[in-house]
Design a protein around this ligand. Structure first.
Ligand code: AMP
Length: 446
């Protein structure tokens, strides 16, 4: 199968040739003809499957071949994405595909000044990539009109709900013309996403390119159990032992990112960090330097790293397990792409056992444990398995107390690092708000 047999026009084929894309990926083979035919789409596809080209190529073709010239402050196709990084990345892909087409494309997102964006929108944009919050700001300030909108794409819809964009999505939905084509892409399909799809899509074609909620099996995954306070030390030990070259590391919090980066830099390691508190330009620079192999270790929070497309990444390290189990799949999706093998290592401490169990249940596998000599935890991480069970061994009878000991309290003190607050019982899934839409009768596309 070729891109030409999928019905793509010559200017797009030329761009693809320049990019070296020879064969459509499975999601592209299914999505391109369906989108060209005007169908709504509900696609289960994670980053790395070629989903961006799957929706962007046919979308650009429809924009080039059909419809009116774009009017002032108008937009004909809208791609909604959860983060600024993904907005930049998707727009960069779109720009490359559209190189030989007379279309105007642009990306808008928060964290940067709104005025240049308002100026740019004045003359209208054929295809706009946007994060939900900034899009609404622009709409409310009359910098954007949606009456010419013919296609809406929700990219990484699950993540938009996770990040709490449900209200923004509902407000955007209300402002859009009812007659339109809608494409929804999501790595995972929770009940909330299915509800959203039911409200937003019209007789969609379902595409599933990887088994539901199953992590890529080209990724070798294992965990090392360790006491929480010794994680940085273990990380450095594994890094030296494994002679790690390019590693993407995930930490739970912004402080966690900063602390690890500081430690690594203090040891002379070329490390940088990205998280939501850093200005967009700084984040982008760190990412570009990591991609160019000028930075060896990039530490990121889930939000900042969302959708990062880094080719041939050999190793992902979960310094902390994600709070939302689905994020584990997103994280390790950065490695083992396109048939290459990758490795994903998670450092797991005792108070992450419920998170571990949720991940194993979601990915339907028991993660292999590999103990690191000298790092065996004092606080044992209970055995878990893919059934979601945490296997608690019966407690050993307590030895009689020696005189003057602190008893159980001392143990509790060791559980938590100094200066940290003990985490509440981790919730496996945060409560997500699902937008309530006015689901009036929908008109079909002619
Ligand atoms: P995505 O899943 O959209 O983030 O794409 C993952 C990576 O695959 C990107 O670097 C794309 O440029 C690349 N890619 C997408 N489609 C193809 C294709 N048909 N052949 C080769 N590379 C592709």
């Amino acid at each position: 199968m070729t891109f030409a047999t999928l019905g793509l026009i010559e200017p797009l084929l030329r761009s693809l040739e320049k990019l070296g894309y020879q064969t459509p990926t499975p999601v592209q083979a299914q999505a391109i003809p369906a989108v060209l035919a005007g169908r709504d789409l509900m696609a289960a596809a994670q980053t790395g499957t070629g989903k961006t080209a799957g929706f962007a190529l046919p979308l650009l073709q429809l924009l080039a071949m059909e419809g009116p010239k774009v009017a002032a402050n108008s937009v004909r196709a809208l791609i909604l994405v959860p983060t600024r990084e993904l907005a930049e990345q998707v727009h960069e892909a779109v720009r490359q595909y559209a190189e030989n087409l007379p279309l105007r494309t642009y990306a808008v997102y928060g964290g940067v000044s709104i005025n240049p964006q308002m100026m740019k929108l004045r003359s209208g944009v054929d295809l706009l990539v946007a994060t939900p919050g900034r899009l609404l700001d622009l709409f409310r300030q009359n910098a954007l009109k949606f009456n010419q909108l013919q296609t809406l794409v929700l990219d990484e819809a699950d993540r938009m709900l996770d990040l709490g964009f449900s209200e923004e999505l509902a407000n955007i939905y209300r402002a859009l013309p009812k007659k339109r084509q809608t494409l929804l892409f999501s790595a995972t399909f929770s009940d909330d996403i299915r509800l959203l799809a039911g409200q937003m899509l019209n007789d969609p074609l379902s595409i599933e390119v990887s088994p539901r909620n199953v992590a890529a099996n080209t990724v070798k995954q294992w965990i090392v159990t360790v006491d929480k306070k010794r994680k940085p030390e273990l990380f450095v030990h594994l890094m030296r032992k494994g002679k790690w070259k390019q590693v993407l590391v995930f930490a739970k919090t912004r402080n966690g990112v900063d602390a690890l980066v500081e430690k690594l830099q203090g040891l002379g390691v070329n490390a940088d960090g990205i998280h939501g508190d850093k200005p967009q330009a700084t984040r982008q620079r760190a990412l570009d330097r990591f991609k160019a192999s000028e930075v060896q270790i990039l530490v990121a929070t889930d939000v900042a790293a969302r959708g990062l497309d880094i080719e041939d990444l050999p190793l992902v390290v979960n310094f902390d397990l994600p709070i939302v189990a689905e994020d584990y799949i997103h994280r390790i999706g950065r490695t083992g792409r396109a048939g290459s093998t990758g490795e994903a290592i998670s450092l797991v401490c005792a108070d992450e056992v419920n998170l571990l169990s949720a991940i194993e249940m979601l990915t339907r596998q028991t993660l292999k444990r590999q103990n690191e000599p000298d790092f065996e935890p004092e606080h044992r991480v209970p055995e878990t398995d893919a059934s979601g069970q945490v296997i608690k061994k019966p407690k050993k009878p307590k030895k009689p107390k020696a005189s003057g000991g602190g008893g159980g309290k001392r143990n509790l003190g060791k559980w938590v690092d100094s200066g940290e607050v003990a985490p509440a019982e981790p919730s496996i899934k945060p409560v997500r708000k699902v937008p309530v839409f006015n689901t009036g009768p929908r008109k079909r596309k002619p």
